[in-house]
Structure formats: structure tokens, C-alpha cells
Design a protein around this ligand. Sequence first.
Ligand SMILES: NC(=O)c1ccc[n+]([C@@H]2O[C@H](COP(=O)([O-])OP(=O)(O)OC[C@H]3O[C@@H](n4cnc5c(N)ncnc54)[C@H](OP(=O)(O)O)[C@@H]3O)[C@@H](O)[C@H]2O)c1
Length: 366
Amino acid sequence: MKPALLLGLSASAAALNVNRRGAIAGASASLAQVALPNPAVAATEAKLALPKMGIGAWAWGDSLFWGYDPKEDAELEKVFSFVAARRDGFVDTAELYGIGRSESLVGQFEKRHGKVTVASKFAALPWRTSRDDVVKACEASLKRLGRDSMELYQIHFPNAWANEAYWDGLGDCYEKGLVKAVGVSNYGSDAVKAVSKTLSARGIPLLSNQIQYSLAYPFANSNGLKQTCDDLGVKILAYSPLGLGLLSGKYSLANPPKGPRKKLAESFFSQPASAELLAAIAAVQKKHDASPTQVAINWCRAKGAVPIPGCRTLSQVTQNYASLGWSCDASDMAALDAAAAKLAPLVEKAGFPEKDINTGLKMFDS
Ligand SMILES: NC(=O)c1ccc[n+]([C@@H]2O[C@H](COP(=O)([O-])OP(=O)(O)OC[C@H]3O[C@@H](n4cnc5c(N)ncnc54)[C@H](OP(=O)(O)O)[C@@H]3O)[C@@H](O)[C@H]2O)c1
């Protein structure tokens, strides 16, 4: 049994984890997979131009996975202030993160440091079954954020039922002006196609699918999901782009992170292929006089995704945003892709329902 990887959810709302079985084979190479401009992307981005990268605020309030302590708030405010000082500031949060605390912190910080692009998420919990549940949850998120509207609202993960009701609710949020754009998260190819079709019948573009996508988890390249998103003009928001910190260069088998990431780190670093990947990252890092996190972020960017690395300190956010000052070239990407393709499965099966039991629709690509 491989260790589980939490997906940005508080453990109280169930520890969801992901399976990447069988997804390695085609983890393919090079800039060939960079999304080319297409009319669908242009139409979607006319509604909301997503910045090239953002930051993730899962750890802001989450004590169970990230060991959050309110004493961190002053440092988190510095992180936010750095992001807000940029024209393209973008923060990803969710109602589940710290059970609302992450959204409340973003709201408090915005009042003091100015507005950013905010993306939040609806938790598709089993007892939520109606379109109104989405609207009510969105309104509650806005209240915590201290806003009348937010830029992007996403369905956090598939449910085993009621998914179509959620899409109706997402559309209602959009039409009521509560959100400027809508997206989904942890959706597989078939589900992305279905939600995109439903929304487009109402004239609403599906802006994004937020998925785990990194050098340590590149499987959307080989399971068809990235291609589906590119074809539909749905932007990929790359979550855990630093492999939950394991690609940062500061952890090893001898020095794993504390808490729930320890098991994941042991599994990752005990694979010989992880040493090869870290060596490939180090070579690119050296060539561009960069940091390992910048390499991991720029791999995502070169694939056409918008990375949202979790940042908890001013020095992390400063270093991560410096990624925008350079780009991976084709030879960097070929070397990184080749090394990433050798990694064995790292994490175990997801808690996400693979199918909607009412419609039979495949919701999640494992
Ligand atoms: N939709 C979903 O289901 C889902 C699931 C997961 C995440 N997400 C979103 O994606 C965001 C990012 O993912 P993530 O937080 O899971 O993982 P990540 O971005 O891969 O890793 C974040 C961690 O890496 C370390 N780090 C960041 N910058 C660093 C730097 N410059 N140098 C060294 N270490 C650095 C920090 O942890 P340490 O300092 O403690 O090592 C940080 O908390 C989340 O915050 C959330 O918004 C969404």
C-alpha cells in the first residue's frame, strides 16, 4: 500500500488521495504539449484572463495536514501583501481549507493590501444535492472573503451523485454575478467534456480544470486529460506543482518533512527514479541560475498550465514568483519529461468517486 496524498482538503472532510497507476507509460516529452492558442481559449479568457501563475492557500488555516498555527498569520499576510503588490496577483483558496479560515484570511488581507484575483471552491460533499447548495456555499464563501463577487468559482472534486445539479448551480452563480468565471477540479476527461457542454448550452464558458499536475505527477499528459482540456480551451490549474514540497530540494530520505508528508516523502525518495528526477531538476536549475521550485513551476508553465504553488513564507513566494523571469527551453523540457516518466506510482487510489451513480458518467481519471 502506497501512502495517501491529501488533495487540499481538511482531514475532517475526508482524506482524499490519488492514484496514478498505469499513468506513467506515455508521460511524454517536450514542448510539443504546450497548449497552442485556439479560439476556445480566447473565448474563455475574454471572460477572465488568468494570470500566468498564482499561489495556493490550502495551508492557510489547515492544521491537520499542514500544521497551521495562527501565529503564522503575520507571515502569511506578508505573502499576501507580496502577491497583492503585483498587477497579476492570484490566490487559490477553498471553503474546506481550514474550514473557512483560509478564505477569511484572504478576505482580511485583501482589506489591508488590496485586491487580487481570487479563486475558491465548492465542496461536493455527499449531503449537498441541489443547485441551490452551490449558490448558498458560494454566498457563504463570498461573505468570508468580504466580497460581492469572486473571479473564479470551482467544483472542488466529483461527487458520486448530484454532479449535474452542481453544474446548474455553478451556472446560477455565474448568471447572478457572484462569480466572473467558473471551473472544476479533479475532473477527468469525460466529466470535463460533459460539464463544458452543459455550461456552454447556457452560454457560459468553462474556464479551468484544477488538477494535480507536476514533475512528480505528470499523468494528465498521458491519460488524455490534458489533451481534452486543451481541445476545449479549458485552462489547467496545476495544483501541488512542487510535489507538496518534495521537489523543493530541501527534503530527502534522511530529512523528510514532518507530519503527513513524511510517508509520502519516504515512498518518493526511496525510488531510484526520484534521484534521477532531482538530478534533472538540478541541471536545469544550474543552467538558469534558478531554484528547484522555479524549475518545477516553469515545467508547468511550459506545458501551458497555470501553477499555483503553496506558499507559506515571504521568501518562498518571492523565490517562486521569480520563475516568471525565465522559461524552460525544449532541451530542459525533454530532460525533465524523460526523468519524470521513470517515476513509479507514488500515491494510492483516490477517494474520489470514479463514476456518477445516476448518470454513469466517468468523473475522475485514475
Ligand atoms: N483542488 C485540489 O484538490 C487541490 C489539492 C491540493 C492542492 N490544491 C491547491 O494547490 C495549492 C498548492 O499545492 P500544495 O500546497 O498541495 O503543494 P505544492 O505547491 O506542491 O507545495 C507547497 C509546499 O512546498 C513548500 N515550498 C513552497 N515554496 C517553496 C520554496 N520556494 N522553497 C522551498 N519550499 C517551498 C512549502 O512547504 P514546506 O515549507 O512546509 O516544505 C509549501 O507549503 C494548494 O495550496 C491549493 O490551493 C488543490
